[in-house]
Structures are given as C-alpha cells and as structure tokens.
Design a protein around this ligand. Structure first.
Ligand SMILES: [Zn+2]
Length: 48
C-alpha cells in the first residue's frame, strides 16, 4: 500500500481521520504509515 495524495486515513493509534504527512506518518500522534487505514469521504474503511 502506498500513500495516495489527498486520500484520508484513519489512524489505528489515535483513532482520528487524518491526511498523512509527506512521509506518510500520522500528523496527530506520529504513528507510522503502516498504522493508517485508508477511508472514504464518510470515514468508512476502504477494502484494498
Ligand atoms: Zn494517529
């Protein structure tokens, strides 16, 4: 899974819906990209 610019993700650590930083990490808690789950505009998980 690669970071998609503009896509929103739900952080499995802090639970917030976030737009990842440039390095893919959570801007709220700093969790690595591996901990982020892609979601749609309604905040629902997107199945890969
Ligand atoms: Zn987080």
């Amino acid at each position: 899974m690669e970071l998609e610019p503009g896509r929103k993700y739900r952080c499995a650590i802090c639970g917030q819906i976030v737009t990842p930083l440039a390095d893919g990490s959570c801007p709220i808690c700093g969790a690595p990209f591996e901990m982020l789950v892609p979601v749609d505009e309604d905040g629902n998980d997107i199945a890969e």
